[in-house]
Each structure stands twice: as structure tokens, then as C-alpha cells.
Write a protein that binds this ligand. Structure first.
Ligand SMILES: Nc1ncnc2c1ncn2[C@@H]1O[C@H](COP(=O)(O)OP(=O)(O)OP(=O)(O)O)[C@@H](O)[C@H]1O
Length: 494
């Protein structure tokens, strides 16, 4: 096996070859034998070689590639219209279309981004594709031609917009506990930790591996690192389908590019990767293979990023200047802003509302007329060459490999809970508080006369109330001092 660093740089080189700088759209078919995509089913991995398999780069192999197809996906919600009435029974229900006929196909090895203004339905579509959207979804969403199932759920990684991580755990601990809980029980503890070490290296978290995640009251690792830890948690189970909600929001362009480069490498390993994104830079945008542009829940484009500019110029929309970021151009169009209305916008913001609406309507109808038939053909083609479940989707035996025993789960959760809370329970302030209350209580009862017991209980109650107040004030004061002193760095004592 090559040294890991070499493997990683190899992955990066592949990412560059795969990305949009060369204008090559990579369509890694599951059956195709590309140098860095090695899809194979569990059945093909001999049992005795499993430990060796763990040592291979997890970013390089997707065990069960998934072709995701979605056709005319629509989603409607019912909300209460109170009309000034406080009684729920008298309030009328209003229907609202959040998604309207969105279609697309994403193959293994492809990286799809969803673009659109805030509230255009990106997160809703992503959640629907992840099989996590409750309620009425019409249209069809299939995974290798099959509807969503628990088997697909196991092969799906979903990274939410807000990272849900334990603030007092370190990066290593966070990934270690996730690995112990989520990796199959046929791997030993040592192998699971080995897997974590690989992910730490591959996601370039080595420098912060022993740093705490951090939370609202104290600073920990950076936003980009947090995001990579969230991705790492999903990567542990080597998902074939990875969905991420705004993985680059709040990050500077370099950190954002690193995240997307990681996603690019994951896709190059034969995974199907879908992400929503806000305002990508030009270089970031060029790293994707496909894009879906949404405007108020309606698609105005779905397809290759390399054809998007040609498509819009063919229907009469061109960028306002030569070196315009295509993503900015698409976002403007999704908002109904064109070269003509842009001048009005600069003078008066809401001046051309009707023009914006008519532009959006034109773009929506143009999508239906020009792009939808092509998309349907592509979806049809994808159906013909997708992998059949019998060939590579997991068998019953591989389904059961995920179950860890109740005792193991209990132990891992207990250990994680203790680690997470030890800073709260063993904080100096808490120890001082417990000791002082114990001493005071002891003194109260020391040589006490049973006739005055009621007075002593009342006094104890007062003392406890006083200490609670004191602790609250001290917590506030300590954190205030820490923030001031370390300018936002360091750890809380609480
Ligand atoms: N369960 C719900 N109840 C009420 N409104 C909802 C619900 N789900 C989605 N919406 C509405 O649907 C619209 C699309 O929401 P969504 O979160 O998908 O948008 P988005 O494009 O991801 O926005 P952002 O970029 O700001 O995250 C929003 O106007 C939102 O308020």
C-alpha cells in the first residue's frame, strides 16, 4: 500500500482532472472501470480481507453506487390562515406549493449543486431526495430504479445545515464514538479507530484532532473544520449517496473550496453527491458537474453546468459582462433580474417587480418547453443502464451487519455522555459549590438539637437558593471575563 499522504495527493490530483477547469463532465458509470472508481459489492470482498479493505482510502471506493432519478417532484404544504381568529377550528387552511415539477438525474461519480434564492425550495428538495420529507410529495424519486427503503437509508449520508455535534468532545472523540456506534459489528474496536484515523487524515483534520468542537459559550474548532467533522461522521459508513445542505455557508472562499474539493473526491470515488449552495465563487461553481436552478420552487434549469450558459443565451439571456460569475448570473435570473431590469434595480429596488415576475414566468415555461423533454430522455436512458438490485445492492446478510449489540451501544453512549458532561460536573465552580453546601449543611446539623430542626431546614433552603443565584452570576462573569481576555478564544470553566 502506498503511503497515505501520497494516496491523498493522488485523490486531489484526480479531483483536479475531474473538475470543471478542463470542461470535462465526468459520468462514472458503475460498470466502467476507471482508475479511481472501484465499486464492488460486499459479496465481492472476501471475509478474510475485510481488515485490509478498511485500510484503503474510504474516499476512493463506493461499495454500492446509486443512480438517483427524480421526475416531476412537487410538494405542497397546508398552513393555517388565522384571518384574525384565535380559534384553530375556525381558521381556514391554505395550500402552498413549495416544489413544482422538479426533475433530474444524478449518477455515481457526479456532483450536483442546487442553486436558487433564499426560500426557493433547495432544502426542501434535498430533504425529499434524502427520503426525509414528511407529507405529500408527488412525482417519482427512485434509487437505482427502486423507491426509498431502509436499505437505501443506510447507504445515504445527510449533512444538515446546522452541525449537530457535542461541544465538549474533541474531533477525534466525536468521530470515534460515531464509528463505534455506526460501523458494523464485524469490525473490531481497533479497526474502527483505524477507520477514524483515516478519515481524519483524508478530511485534513489532523491539526485539530484533539481540539474541542466548541459551542455558543466557548470557542472550539473553526466553522470549516466543524463542517468537515459533520461530513466525516457521514463518511464513516461510506455512503453511496451523500446529501449536504449548504456545506459552505459562512465560510471564506478558500475554506469553501476545500470542502467542495473533498466532495469532488468523494464523487470521484463513485458516490452520488448532491449539495445546496449559496453564492458560490466562479472556481467553486466550476467544480460541479450538474446544477439545478430553482425559482420559487419551479426549476428553470436542470443539467450540465457546461451547457447552462449556452441554454440561457439560446433563449435570449446573456451575462451583463464578459467575466461574470455564472452562479451570479443564474441567481439573478432565478430572481427575475435581467440586463434590462438590472438598470431599474440599481435606481429603485422594487421598481420592476412585474418585470421580474414576467421574466420568471418566461424562464419556467421555457424550461418546460425546451429542457424537460431532454431531461425525460436522459432519465429514460439512465433507467436502462442503472444497476439492478440483484447485482450489487446489498443482500440480507449485509443488511444485518450494521446491528451493534444493545450492551455495546449502551457502553458507548454512557462513555460519550460522561465525556460530554465532565466539564460541567467536574468544573472548579461546581466542586466548590458542592463542597461548600456540604460543609454548611454539616455544620447546621452538627451537635444540633432535634427541637430546632424546622429552623435548620428553612436555613438550608435559603442557602441553596443563594448558591444557585451565586453560581448563575459566577458563570456569567467567568464567561464574560474569558471572552474579553481571549478575544473569543479558549474554553469555558463551566
Ligand atoms: N413545513 C413548512 N412549513 C411552512 N413553510 C415551509 C415548510 N417547509 C418549507 N417551507 C417554506 O418553503 C419555502 C422553501 O423553503 P426551503 O427551506 O426549502 O428554502 P431554501 O431555498 O433552502 O432557503 P434558504 O436558502 O434560505 O435555506 C420557504 O418559503 C419556507 O418558508
Amino acid at each position: 500500500m502506498m503511503p497515505l499522504e501520497l494516496e491523498i495527493s493522488g485523490g486531489a490530483a484526480n479531483a483536479l482532472v475531474c473538475n470543471g477547469t478542463n470542461n470535462i463532465s465526468v459520468h462514472v458509470e458503475p460498470s466502467a472501470s476507471t482508475s479511481n472508481v472501484s465499486p464492488c459489492s460486499d459479496d465481492q470482498i472476501p471475509e478474510q480481507n475485510h481488515a485490509t479493505t478498511v485500510r484503503f482510502s474510504v474516499l476512493r471506493e463506493s461499495l454500492r453506487p446509486i443512480t438517483l432519478k427524480f421526475e416531476e417532484v412537487s410538494y405542497t404544504i397546508e398552513s393555517q390562515n388565522n384571518g384574525g381568529n384565535c380559534f384553530p377550528s375556525l381558521q381556514s387552511k391554505v395550500k402552498r406549493n413549495i416544489l413544482n415539477g422538479v426533475s433530474g438525474v444524478v449518477r455515481p461519480g457526479e456532483l450536483l449543486s442546487m442553486l436558487g434564492p433564499s426560500g426557493s425550495g433547495k432544502t426542501t428538495l434535498l430533504t425529499a431526495l434524502a427520503g426525509r420529507l414528511p407529507g405529500n410529495i408527488s412525482g417519482s424519486i427512485t434509487y437505482n430504479g427502486l423507491p426509498f427503503s431502509s436499505s437505501i437509508k443506510r447507504k445515504t449520508g445527510f449533512v444538515t445545515q446546522d452541525d449537530i455535534l457535542y461541544p465538549h468532545l474533541t474531533v477525534l472523540e466525536t468521530l470515534k464514538y460515531a464509528a463505534l456506534l455506526r460501523l458494523p459489528n464485524k469490525l473490531t474496536r481497533k479497526e474502527k479507530i483505524e477507520h477514524v484515523e483515516l478519515i481524519i487524515m483524508e478530511l485534513r483534520l489532523t491539526t485539530c484532532r484533539n481540539s474541542m468542537i466548541g459551542g455558543t459559550l466557548f470557542r472550539g474548532i473553526s466553522g470549516g473544520e466543524r463542517k468537515r467533522v459533520s461530513i466525516g461522521q457521514e463518511m464513516l459508513v461510506n455512503p453511496s449517496l451523500l446529501l449536504l445542505d449548504e456545506p459552505t455557508s459562512g465560510l471564506d472562499s478558500t475554506a469553501a473550496r476545500r470542502i467542495v474539493a473533498t466532495l469532488r473526491r468523494l464523487a470521484c470515488g463513485g458516490r452520488t453527491v448532491i449539495t445546496t449552495i449559496h453564492q458560490p465563487s466562479c472556481s467553486l461553481y466550476m467544480m460541479f458537474d450538474k446544477v439545478i436552478v430553482l425559482s420559487e420552487g419551479y426549476p428553470i434549469y436542470s443539467g450540465s453546468i457546461h451547457k447552462v450558459m449556452d441554454y440561457f443565451s439560446s433563449i435570449g439571456y446573456k451575462p451583463w459582462f464578459d467575466f461574470m460569475n455564472p452562479a451570479d448570473f443564474l441567481l439573478d435570473l432565478a430572481n427575475g433580474v435581467t440586463l434590462e431590469t438590472r438598470q431599474d434595480d440599481q435606481m429603485e429596488f422594487h421598481g420592476s417587480h412585474d418585470e421580474h415576475n414576467s421574466t420568471k414566468q418566461f424562464l419556467i415555461s421555457s424550461y418546460k418547453k425546451n429542457l424537460l423533454p431532454i431531461l425525460k430522455e436522459e432519465i429514460q436512458r439512465a433507467s436502462q443502464d442503472e444497476i439492478r438490485p440483484g447485482k450489487s445492492l446489498s443482500s440480507r446478510s449485509s443488511e444485518s451487519q450494521w446491528t451493534n449489540s444493545w450492551w455495546l451501544q449502551f457502553n458507548v453512549l454512557l462513555s460519550r455522555g460522561l465525556k460530554e458532561r465532565k466539564h460541567e460536573s467536574f468544573a472548579r465552580l461546581r466542586i466548590f459549590q458542592v463542597l461548600s453546601v456540604s460543609i454548611i449543611s454539616g455544620l447546621l446539623w452538627w451537635h444540633s438539637d432535634a427541637n430546632y430542626i424546622q429552623d435548620q431546614v428553612n436555613l438550608l433552603y435559603l442557602k441553596l437558593a443563594y448558591f444557585s443565584y451565586l453560581r448563575g452570576t459566577a458563570i456569567f462573569y467567568f464567561n464574560f471575563l474569558l471572552k474579553k481576555k481571549k478575544k473569543g478564544g479558549g474554553r469555558s470553566y463551566i
